[in-house]
Design a binder for this molecule. Structure first.
Ligand code: FAD
Length: 403
């Protein structure tokens, strides 16, 4: 089949593009920008135009805590300062405590020799800033564009789009989210488990200030996080069993705020204001491989994790950095960037790192679900020990920072 030429398609021998990235969420948009900046002819295909972000709008209900490794990547791509200055909630402390045993652990940026542990930012803001940097970096944005099929050949991978057009690249990068249609088309399976929980999210105003601290209380039903927003409010991520989540979503604002106050143990005082609420299903899902012929997975398409450690997009942005570095090394050594051994290096490195993290977060979710008194006592002892063992605590903090 002859590929229809898109306006702006590079004229050269072989496939028109070095890399086609599918999915323009935070991870796919960062990948396209990083790969274009590294000198690869890159096209980005996204099914839905991202909604514009503006400071006049209410804060997006979906926020993430960006770790230093993610901030370093975004800074290297030239978008971080614009994101930070637009609207971001810096935090220098993290306080985690167990409702049952009362044991707590406290992380302080100063103990790590840093000013901050990270920033809370809106998903929509990060995506929008990345999206707007793409064209100047030479990325061809195709939107709306949906990939219906692809076929790996000797020197290229041929993509067929829903509107009948087609496109050829050396490598297809799938960053199309946890439901990844491309992962399914590639025949890659996933392993994991459904937590049978939903994360209820909202932005709330509390009686006392958040003190630039990310708070997390582990309750028997699931963790409740209160993350510091730039405007003084806290963004909550309240993981609850499906039915509880449905009930909490249906409460009126006053009843919701009263229940949330109890769940947070009134740590920041009473809850005195709330936005409408939304909820997201939670699952652990790991692709059995991140690689197929001329094809790699990254971001949530490769791994979906419990939000209790606030690491999902941070892992995805570490995939981006590893993929870029692997492809640059292959190109500089005169190799085919999509040769199986090149992709294997990326796939192995990231899959083993992501698996360790994902299983670690899953173990935490299981340990905090323990209810029997001896196990709760053992958990409390373990948490108190970690809090006092500075070298171990420092390693944990360094790992979360991606350093
Ligand atoms: C409640 C909650 C709290 C969280 N908190 C944190 C946190 O504090 N820190 C953190 O690091 N992470 C957090 N996460 C995880 C984080 O939100 C995700 O890891 C991240 O959004 C995944 O980004 P992505 O770009 O991989 O996927 P997505 O954001 O899902 O983007 C996928 C994109 O692909 C597009 N697409 C899909 N199919 C096609 C197709 N066929 N063709 C073209 N385009 C397609 C979609 O339109 C979409 O734009 C949280 C998640 C939840 C649910």
């Amino acid at each position: 089949m002859n590929a229809t030429s898109f306006r702006g398609e590079p004229r050269r021998r072989g496939p028109a593009w070095d890399i086609a990235v599918v999915g323009g969420g935070m991870v796919g948009a960062a990948a396209a920008l990083a790969l274009a900046r590294a000198g690869f002819a890159t096209a980005l295909l996204e099914a839905r135009e991202p909604s514009p972000w503006s400071v006049e709008q209410e804060v997006d209900l979906r926020v993430v805590g960006l770790a230093p490794s993610s901030i370093a990547l975004l800074d290297g791509l030239g978008v971080w300062k614009a994101i930070r200055d637009a609207r971001s909630g810096p935090y220098a402390h993290m306080h985690v405590w167990d409702a049952e045993s009362g044991a707590s652990i406290h992380f302080d940026a100063a103990d790590e020799g840093r000013d901050l542990l990270g920033y809370i930012v809106e998903n929509n803001l990060v995506q929008w800033r990345l999206w707007n940097a793409l064209e100047a970096a030479g990325v061809k944005r195709l939107c709306p564009a949906e990939v219906k099929a692809f076929d790996a050949q000797d020197d290229r991978i041929q993509l067929e789009l829903a509107d009948g057009q087609s496109l050829a690249a050396r490598l297809l990068v799938a960053a199309d989210g946890a439901g990844s249609p491309l992962r399914k088309l590639a025949g890659i399976e996933t392993r994991g488990r459904d937590y049978a929980q939903r994360a209820v999210v909202a932005h709330v105003r509390t009686e006392r200030p958040h003190q630039g601290t990310a708070w997390q209380r582990f309750l028997p039903d699931g963790p409740l996080a209160l993350l510091p927003l730039a405007d003084g409010r806290s963004s909550i991520v309240w993981s609850l069993p499906e039915e509880e989540a449905r009930r909490v979503l249906a409460l009126d604002d006053d009843a919701f705020m009263a229940e949330l106050g109890v769940a947070s143990d009134f740590h920041l005082g009473r809850i005195v204001g709330t936005t409408p609420r939304a909820a997201f299903p939670l699952k652990l899902q790991l692709a059995t491989t991140y690689q197929a012929e001329r094809f790699v997975l990254l971001g949530d398409a490769a791994h979906a994790v419990h939000p209790l450690a606030g690491q999902g997009v941070n892992l995805g942005l570490r995939d981006v950095a590893e993929l870029r570095d692997t492809l640059v090394a292959a190109r500089d050594a005169g190799r085919d960037i999509a040769a199986p051994h090149v992709l294997r290096r990326y796939a192995r490195n990231r899959r083993s790192a992501d698996t360790l993290d994902a299983l670690g977060f899953d173990a935490l979710a299981r340990i905090y679900a323990w209810r029997s008194p001896p196990l709760v006592a053992a958990r409390g002892l373990g948490v108190r020990l970690i809090d006092r063992l500075s070298p171990l605590k420092r390693r944990l903090a360094g790992h979360a920072a991606g350093l």
